[in-house]
Design a protein around this ligand. Structure first.
Ligand code: HMG
Length: 404
């Protein structure tokens, strides 16, 4: 609306892990036809954290370029979304605060509701900026998706972080009102506190996701949202990329449209490129879709994008955004592509070793070997305390806002 304050995503930066496991390698190990992974679920590889990488190191790696470009002025809040938390009390964002040298006059909190929490963080950040448009909020989502070895979910693992600077008059995407929201108490996917891997009812979780698409869209429409045809592209939560296609088909049919493959392909084109290589990154996944779209699509200036965020359990939200003209000069496309392409493929034995790694719980000193090639690393667990340090590539990136 004219005169209304525009608030949204001013900058966006992603990070992922040192290692990747290809689905060819997993298929050979599990005796599965690789076409099931490539075509059936739409995945090519998945990011695997090195032993000294976790949600904190990825989060700091994603956020550092944003702080280097914009400084800390106006940042009084950091919202950290994750469902692979490293502590039951302390917010992972406080470790990131130290690694990035953020000022003390900042509040930090960690948010959880499965994969939905990144969107909760974005919406809460927008509310804070509406209250005081001089403030900017650093939103970080970071997750490691982990299922049992040999389970059906194993092929849908992954890991990544996204950092977004939320501000008034944003340079990338204006986030619109209204939102459509939906909650339903279902046990489709969960991780009890005593487990390091998630439990899931695979097929039920897909049905729960699709019911949430209907619920969130229905509320979005009731709140006076756009018509489905207004949107140029759609970013869906992608536990595996084929889920976005299932979801969009379902939404079109729910809205009374015939869902043709070509139209669905056009609406989702580019949004699955990073997720197909990284895998499920939970809270980060939908924003990897946005990053891939902005980085790889032809000019999207003034185009409306639809966003569907889903977190098992379940909470979902549908909202719209408009791409800001001249956004391209602010992108980090080369850096994002490089973060994915420079990952080192591992064999099954190395992947298994990292999957099975757990710290002893004896309170002793457990330093970790240096493996990450990223700017921050987990040095180890010393007397029950996680200790982080700058890693191999800690050169400050002070590049100005010119497409990277
Ligand atoms: P599965 O049982 O191993 O696989 O588990 P399937 O037999 O259902 O096959 C998968 C697809 O591949 C099917 O396609 C097959 O036909 C096809 P569809 O019928 O669905 O269109 N297929 C083949 N295609 C080509 N060539 C072949 C071939 N063989 C089979 N040879 C499942 C799949 C996704 C259930 C499993 O990986 C899983 O449990 N994943 C984890 C749960 C999940 O991702 N759920 C999605 C919705 S819930 C969600 O998004 C939330 C979440 O992100 C968590 C959070 O919120 O925090 C997970």
């Amino acid at each position: 609306m004219p005169g209304e304050l525009a608030v949204g995503i001013h900058d966006l930066s992603i990070a992922t892990t040192r290692y990747a496991l290809t689905h060819e390698t997993l298929a050979a190990q599990n005796g599965v036809d690789v076409a099931k992974y490539h075509d059936g679920i739409g995945q090519r590889s998945m990011s695997v954290p090195a032993i000294d990488e976790d949600i904190v190191t990825m989060a700091a790696g994603a956020a550092a370029p944003i702080i280097a470009r914009h400084g800390t002025h106006g940042i009084r809040t950091v919202l950290f979304a994750t469902e692979s938390s490293v502590d039951q009390a302390k917010a992972g964002g406080v470790h990131v605060h130290a690694l990035l040298g953020l000022p003390s006059a900042v509040r930090i909190v960690e948010l959880k509701q499965a994969c939905y929490a990144g969107t909760a963080a974005l919406q809460f950040a927008i509310g804070l900026v509406h209250r005081d448009p001089a403030q900017r909020v650093l939103v970080i989502a970071s997750d490691v998706s982990k299922y049992d070895l040999g389970s059906p979910g194993e092929a849908t693992q992954g890991a990544a972080a996204v950092a977004m600077l939320v501000s008034a008059d944003p340079a990338l995407v204006r986030v619109e009102n209204p939102s459509g929201v939906f909650t339903s108490d279902v046990m489709d996917f969960w991780r009890p506190n005593y487990r390091s891997t998630a439990l899931v009812k695979g097929r039920d979780s897909i049905s729960a996701y699709l019911r949430a698409v209907e619920g969130a869209w229905t509320d979005y429409t009731r709140q006076g949202g756009r018509k489905i045809n207004d949107f140029h592209a759609f970013c869906y939560h992608q536990p595996f990329t084929k889920m976005a296609f299932k979801a969009h088909r379902h939404l079109l049919e729910f809205c009374g449209y015939e869902a043709d493959d070509e139209g669905i392909g056009r609406a989702l084109r580019h949004t699955t490129e990073y997720n197909a290589a990284i895998g499920n990154s939970y809270t980060v996944s939908m924003y990897l879709g946005l990053a891939a779209l902005l980085d790889n699509a032809d000019d999207l200036s003034d185009q409306a994008i639809g966003f569907f965020s889903y977190g098992s359990g379940s909470v979902a939200e549908f909202f719209g955004g408009t791409v800001v003209p001249a956004y391209r000069v602010h992108l980090r496309s080369a850096r994002h592509r490089d973060a994915i392409s420079r990952r080192v493929p591992v064999d099954y034995a190395k992947y298994r070793q990292m999957h099975e790694h757990e710290f002893p719980t004896d309170g002793g000193d457990h330093p970790l070997p240096r493996e990450t090639a990223g700017p921050y690393r987990l040095a180890g667990l010393f007397g029950h305390e996680r200790v982080y340090e700058t890693g191999a590539d800690s050169r400050p990136d002070r590049s100005p806002a010119t497409a990277e």
